[in-house]
Every structure is written in C-alpha cells, then in structure tokens.
Design a protein around this ligand. Structure first.
Ligand code: NDP
Ligand code: BG6
Length: 586
C-alpha cells in the first residue's frame, strides 16, 4: 500500500504558497525534494538567507567509517555507506538533502515528542526524499545506542499500521548521533563533516532543533552557524520555549540569536499552535457565515481559555520553579490561542498576514493588573489511601518556593471589536482533570419570549460554543431546545461535532505539523519576534510585581479544582467558569 502525506488535501494552500514565496525569495539555487500526495517531486526550496558567519567547507568525500548501519534484530547496526546510498541515493547535482539535527537528543522532549513526530512524518511519506536525522548532545552514545533509545519511543500510532516495524527500521537507519559540547565550534565542525558525508555534493538544507535548556541556546546557535550551517542551501533553527523570562531577557535572547541568524531562519515553536483544533479556529470562524458575524462584543459575553493538567511538575520541577505557570502556559500557549481567536480577518493565509493581525491584538491589550490575577500552588493531598505530593515536596524545588502552579487571569482587548469583553484564562497543574478548551459564552437573547422557562438563572440559558482542544477533540454549541411533548419545557442541548465519531483519521501530534512546516519553510504557526515582544509586555509588569512583593499563592490540594479565588475573579466580571468535567463526552 502506498502511503501519502496528508498535506496534499489539507495544507496544499499553505504549503504550496510557502514554496511559491520561497522560490521567489530564493538566494541559493536550492532545490528541495518534497513528498506530497505520495508523489516525490522536486520543489523549490524556501531558501532562508545565509547565516552571517562562515563555515568550514572541509570534507568533500564521504568516509566509510562514519557510515550508517544494517538492521539486525530489529535494530540497525554496521550499515555501510553503500547501504545508506541505497536508502538515500544521491548523485552529483541530484535533488537536495535535508538534515534535521536534534540538539539535546538525549533529553526528555527529544525522546517524547521530536523523534516520534519525525517517525510519524516519515511513515506518512511527508519527509523529503533525501533526509537524515542527527542527534547531538554531550552524552556519549553510538549511532546504535541512539537508535535503540529512539526505537523505544516510537509507536505505530498512525491508523494505517501496516508495515510499521519495517518502516521503523528504515527510519532508524536514517538516524545518527554525534556527541559534543554545546559551546564547542570544533565539535560542531566535526558534526558538519559528518553531515557532509550524507549530503554528498547536493544542495544541503539543514534544520537544527534546539531541544535544550534556554541558557545554552546562544552557544549552540553560534557554534552551529559558524561551524555547521549549510553553504549552499538553507539553515533554519527551531527554538523551544521558554523564550526568556520577561521582556528584557527575551529581547536579549532575540538580539543574541540575530547576531547569527536572520528572523526568517528562526522558528520559535509554540506547540499549541500546532494542535488540530487550534489550527481549525480560523477555518471555523472565517469559512462559516454563522460564526463571523457573531464574533464581537455585540454578541459575545466572555471568552474562556482553560488549561488543566491532572499531574504535577513530575520530573520538571527544576525548570518549572524558575518559570511558573504564567510563563509556562499563559504567556505563550493560551495567549497565542487568544490572539488567533480575536484577530481581524487577515488579508490572506500567508504567514506574515496572519502574524500581522495577531500582533495587533496583542498590542491592543492592556498589561495584566495584579487585581485581575489569582495564583495558586498545589499542596500534598491524600485520597483513597494514596498520598499525592505537594509542589514543594519535589526535591528540585526549594521549600519556600512561591512559584505558582495555578493562575487565573482576566484580560481585555481595547479595540472596537472586543472592548469590555473579559477574556478569562485559567491554567493549572495537579488539578482534578486534564484538558484544554476554549469557551465562548454568548449574550442573553434580548426580550427572550421563553425567559420564564429558564427560571432565575438566565446565564445558564445563553448559547455557548466550546472548542475542546484536548483530549477527545470536539466542537459543540449549546442551544436551548424544546423537550418533545405536549407541554412547553425547554432544556439545553448540544450540536456536537465529536471528532472521534466524525473522522476516522487519527489526529496528528502538534510536533508533526510544526516540524513539517519548518522543513517546508512555512512560518504561519511560529512566533515572530514582534509577537513575542508584545506578549512579554503584557505579562512582565505583573510577573515583576508578583516576585518583588513575594505574593504567596493560594494553596490548593493536589487533584482539586484549584483555588477558590479563581471563582471570585470570574464573578467580578459576571462570569461562571465552564466545567471541563461535567460536560466531557457529550
Ligand atoms: P532536558 O532537561 O531533558 O535537556 C535536554 C538535554 O540537554 C539533556 O538530555 C542534556 O543532554 C542537555 N542538558 C540538560 N541540562 C543541561 C545543562 N544545564 N547544561 C547543558 N546541557 C544540558 O530538557 P527537555 O528535553 O525536557 O526540554 C528541552 C527544551 O524544550 C527546553 O528548553 C524545555 O524548556 C523545552 N520544552 C520541554 C518540554 C517537555 O515536555 N520536556 C515541553 C515544552 C518545552 P546532555 O547531558 O546529553 O548534553
Ligand atoms: C509545555 C509545558 O509547553 O506544555 C508543560 O512546558 C506542559 O508544562 C505541556 O505540561 C503541555 O502540553 P500538552 O501538549 O501535553 O498539553
């Protein structure tokens, strides 16, 4: 059976336009081989501008010593260069190559998300024909050890599960490892030599994924650009969050990155933008006449953006304590959703047009005020004989930590469309449930003829649109309906688009979409530096105030619904939080 990259039907517009634009902007005569719709065809590379620093042109001839290996017992070992060329045939002036270097390959994110996403893309025939994956980190590992590590994280989650093991083996043969320090130009030069062996004389396109702690981003970008950037194709860098801790550190990071890269080479990832239902937000709104006319203060009473996890910081306490939930979730994931939700109609679906509209929303917002924010921290709780640890029980967290693991906030957009409409955010760890959703509560029906049928609580009778981002993706609209019968009794029903029932296709992981976009040079779902600056401007004064005044978070038990203060905050704006659990599984 031939598998085909789903981009052909879904993303043709975006991907194709990226290629068109890339072709126009191309500086190097790069030709990137793409697989779309199951067909391997050359496409013009969206060649980013070359990095400022030079690189060692070094080794021209592939050395067999660094060649990949053969599959034995399910894992490749001792593959010769000839074998690799069979997998990845390259001839002089053939199509171009793409190498994805996962920097920090030994880490949690690489294992959990990046390698599995790359495999899923490979499985679906979405990766370019000549691709190679390199892991880079300080840990000592052979190629086989990397493959072994990666193989344990790969799953055949894709719906067409045929030939999965075979596909895994083929994929693993394309994975290699190079051990080195993050601040060593020499070690990156060694990496460059290995990359060249795989690239041959073709145009080489290189994507570096920085899956490392932020304090070493700049070291890596410097070394990679000086010693391992492409000389004749594009070089792109995916940067993981956090992008700084506040306006100043974020600006410093951007300045640092721009010493070595131009903006177009930087792909700041916010994986929430790659989630299926977030991607669908614009489709829902701009391609359905029934929604767009209602999308304003005239009809919308409030909007809620809710993120909830039913586990604590397990294993990531060290990182988390320096950032807290506001920086970890609100300033990026929830704010990005808000900007997409609230933006004006962009001129087109081109990345710059969308990002221009998003940044306008962010700039129209007023910075968060302390009295519009509630913070909490989870404490230990015993339930059913099991004791769940509190946040400060984590050994990597100081005993006196005031870092919030929960926050609720009210935000406002001061423009003609949204003036006065509260956008309420709530994000928390160690709560009673796991999920993420967007809730749009509509206004009351003026002069409602059926007012009496609703009793005194009219708020419960207003329409509500719920976009359940995860889990169990769904979009449903709550409406009032007559209960069948001779009397006139009303109830609330749902018009429900439940993805599992409607679509047989499995939903791709956000990292799959974003990695493919980065390879294709599609920037629509990545964060531009001015968006980032505007996002930090909203949160920095609040974060400083919380830290300077050492404001203590309200404690809430592990597994609870979070601090009661969140309800008072919502009540201040006549809002009742939607409940993730009571409506789950419509
Ligand atoms: P890890 O802490 O697992 O670090 C990744 C690798 O970086 C490690 O395997 C280690 O490799 C190296 N490393 C770790 N600490 C240091 C250090 N102090 N100095 C130098 N090298 C170090 O990170 P994650 O994989 O969890 O995350 C990677 C990036 O992605 C981070 O920026 C994180 O904030 C972000 N992120 C992570 C998410 C997750 O779920 N894990 C979710 C969203 C974003 P070695 O020792 O072999 O060199
Ligand atoms: C990351 C945060 O960005 O997103 C984590 O750093 C959080 O703290 C994660 O757990 C949630 O992502 P998802 O896709 O599992 O909802």
């Amino acid at each position: 059976m031939a598998y085909s990259c789903m981009r052909c039907s879904a993303g043709a517009g975006a991907g194709a336009s990226a290629v068109r634009r890339g072709a126009a902007a191309m500086r190097a005569p790069a030709a990137l081989s793409f697989v779309r719709c199951g067909l391997r065809r050359p496409a013009a590379a969206a060649a980013a501008k070359g990095v400022k620093a030079g690189m060692d042109a070094g080794v021209e001839n592939p050395a067999r010593s660094a060649a990949p290996s053969k599959v034995e017992n399910g894992l490749p070992s001792e593959i010769t260069l000839d074998d690799f060329e069979d997998l990845n045939p390259l001839s002089e002036n053939d199509e171009s190559t793409v190498t994805i270097t996962v920097v920090g390959a030994s880490g949690d994110l690489a294992k959990k998300k990046i390698f599995p996403a790359l495999f899923a893309l490979y499985y679906e025939d979405c990766l370019p024909k000549h691709f190679t994956i390199f892991g880079y980190a300080r840990s000592k590992m052979t190629d086989d050890e990397l493959r072994n590590m990666v193989s344990r994280t790969l799953t055949c989650r894709i719906d067409k599960r045929e030939n999965c093991n075979e596909k895994m083996e083929e994929f693993l043969k394309r994975c290699f490892y190079h051990s080195g320090q993050y601040d060593s130009e020499e070690h990156f030069r060694d990496l460059d030599k290995k990359l060249k062996q795989h690239e041959g004389s073709s145009v080489s396109n290189r994507l570096f994924y920085l899956s490392i702690p932020p304090n070493i981003f700049l070291d890596v970008v410097k070394c990679a650009s000086v010693s391992a950037s492409s000389v004749n194709g594009w070089t792109r860098v995916i940067v993981e969050k956090p992008f700084g801790r506040d306006s100043d550190s974020s600006a410093a990071l951007t300045r640092g990155l721009k010493q070595y890269l131009v903006e177009d080479q930087i792909f700041r990832i916010d994986h929430y933008l790659g989630k299926e239902l977030v991607e669908n937000l614009s489709v829902l709104r701009f391609s359905n006449l029934v929604f767009e006319p209602l999308w304003s203060r005239q009809y919308i009473r409030n909007v809620q953006l809710i993120f909830s996890e039913d586990f604590g910081t397990e294993g990531r306490g060290g990182y988390f304590d320096r950032y807290g939930i506001i920086r970890d979730i609100m300033q990026n994931h929830l704010l990005q959703i808000l900007a997409l939700f609230a933006m004006e109609t962009p001129i087109s679906l081109e990345a710059e047009d969308i990002r221009n509209e998003k940044v306008k929303v962010l700039r129209s917002m007023k910075p968060l005020q302390l009295d519009d924010v509630v913070i909490g921290q989870y404490k230990s709780h015993t339930k059913g004989g099991t004791t769940y640890p509190g946040y400060i029980d984590d050994k990597t967290v100081p005993n006196d930590s005031l870092t919030p693991t929960f926050a609720a906030a009210a935000l406002f957009i001061n423009n003609a469309r949204w003036d006065g409409v509260p956008f309420l955010m709530k994000a928390g760890k160690a709560l009673h449930t796991k999920g993420a959703e967007i809730r749009v509560q509509f206004r009351h029906v003026p002069g409602n003829l059926y007012k009496r049928s609703f009793g005194t609580d009219l708020d419960t009778a207003t329409n509500e649109l719920v976009i359940r981002v995860q889990p169990d993706e769904a979009i449903y609209l709550k409406i009032n309906n007559k209960i069948p019968g001779l009397g006139m009794r009303l109830d609330r029903s749902k018009l429900n688009l439940h993805y599992a029932a409607r679509y047989s296709k499995e939903i791709p992981d956000a990292y799959e979409r974003l990695l493919l976009d980065a390879i294709e040079g599609e920037r629509r779902l990545f964060i531009r530096s001015d968006e980032l600056d505007a996002a930090w401007e909203l949160f920095t004064p609040l974060l400083k105030e919380l830290e300077e005044k050492r404001i203590a978070p309200e404690l809430y038990p592990y597994g609870s619904r979070g601090p009661v203060g969140a309800h008072y905050l919502a009540a201040k704006y006549n809002v009742r939080w939607g409940d993730l659990t009571t409506e789950h599984k419509a």
